[in-house]
Design a protein around this ligand. Structure first.
Ligand SMILES: *[C@@H]1O[C@H](CO)[C@@H](O)[C@H](O)[C@H]1NC(C)=O
Ligand SMILES: *[C@@H]1O[C@H](CO)[C@@H](O)[C@H](O)[C@H]1NC(C)=O
Length: 315
């Protein structure tokens, strides 16, 4: 009797301690299915990275079925039916940007499929395009199996983070890198991007941004470790219980808060350009030139689509 009483009081003390230190976030925005049409603007702008792309406006995207919403499905894709004229800016595709901006927040991206295939360069990211600070959450090219999440600052951001000197060299030393050159980290999972991600039913990406850090997590679709609050899209989340993030940018050598503004959420799909073009295109074993492939083989882009089950923002 005495023993069980003392356990109970200890448990009570532990519980009240947890409720004091935990930082939980409340759901502020649920973006699911047709909700994307309320939450985002379609931006028909020239690609700042000079991709082989023609971003279309919302009515064109809907009439050409490049965006499609139903139930808990939102599809965003490139045209996969037509040959592209050499004199145009490139293949029709879509770039959407949230109407709202967010500062300190958590976003959970529940994604079933991301664009795959030679020449594709899809991205889910958060930035204010008028400034430099940018967090690329999902980004990669040409169907590689691993995401490359990247933190960018202005040239004078004076922000350094500990990252591998060479992203893809397993023996590469960890250095303090200046994030004006991009501080990139890959999740361990080799199902975090491209065909491997899609064949596995996708998964969840999450970001937590506070005044002093930026953290990213990724969980594969069938990972037993995916936290219940993430998996179930609960009305509050507690990232402190999510385990080790794969990306953890701190303010040790960086004023995170002065480098990042209030950010829009952006989803875009471009082709070729600085990252998916030469030499990455050839190195990935893709045929011919990137522009020739993108222009002339529309059928190769039938899997160049996002299928997003939902985006939830917590503040
Ligand atoms: C598309 O996404 C990447 C981020 O990975 C960005 O660098 C590029 O400027 C974007 N293009 C457009 C038009 O937004
Ligand atoms: C539009 O795209 C959706 C999703 O890929 C598909 O289910 C639907 O059949 C398409 N509609 C037409 C008219 O092609």
């Amino acid at each position: 009797m005495k023993i069980s009483l003392s356990i109970t009081s200890k448990a009570l003390v532990a519980l009240s301690f947890v409720s004091v230190v935990k930082a939980d976030y409340k759901l502020s925005d649920t973006i699911v299915g047709k909700g994307f049409y309320d939450a985002f603007n379609w931006l028909a702008i020239p690609d700042p990275t000079h991709g082989r792309v023609n971003y279309v406006d919302q009515s064109t995207a809907q009439s050409q079925n490049l965006t499609y919403a139903s139930g808990n499905t939102f599809i965003l894709r490139a045209n996969f039916k037509d040959v592209v004229s050499g004199s145009s800016s490139g293949r029709n595709s879509v770039r959407i940007e949230s109407k709202k901006r967010f500062t300190y927040h958590v976003t959970v991206y529940d994604v079933r499929h991301i664009p795959q295939g030679c020449g594709t360069w899809p991205a889910i990211w958060e930035t204010d395009t008028r400034f430099y600070g940018e967090i690329d959450i999902v980004e990669g090219v040409n169907s590689e199996p691993q995401d490359a999440a990247t933190f960018w600052t202005a040239p004078d951001g004076n922000c350094k983070q500990r990252v591998k000197q060479e992203l893809d060299d397993p023996s590469s030393p960890i250095i303090l890198k200046d994030c004006s050159e991009g501080c990139a980290v890959r999740p361990e999972s080799r199902k975090s991007f491209g065909t491997a991600f899609n064949d596995n039913g996708g998964g969840w990406y999450a970001i937590e941004r506070s005044p002093t850090f930026v953290k990213l997590w990724f969980w594969e679709r069938n990972n037993a470790a995916v936290p219940a609050d993430v998996k179930n899209g609960q009305s509050s989340v507690e990232p402190a219980g999510w385990g080790e993030p794969f990306f953890d940018m701190t303010n040790d050598n960086c004023d995170i808060d002065s480098n990042l503004k209030a950010h829009n959420l952006i989803i875009n799909l471009t082709f070729c350009g600085a990252y998916a073009g030469s030499p990455q295109f050839e190195n990935a074993g893709c045929p011919g030139t990137c522009q020739g492939f993108v222009d002339n083989t529309p059928g190769a882009f039938d899997k160049a689509y996002f299928d997003i089950a939902g985006i939830r923002v917590y503040q």
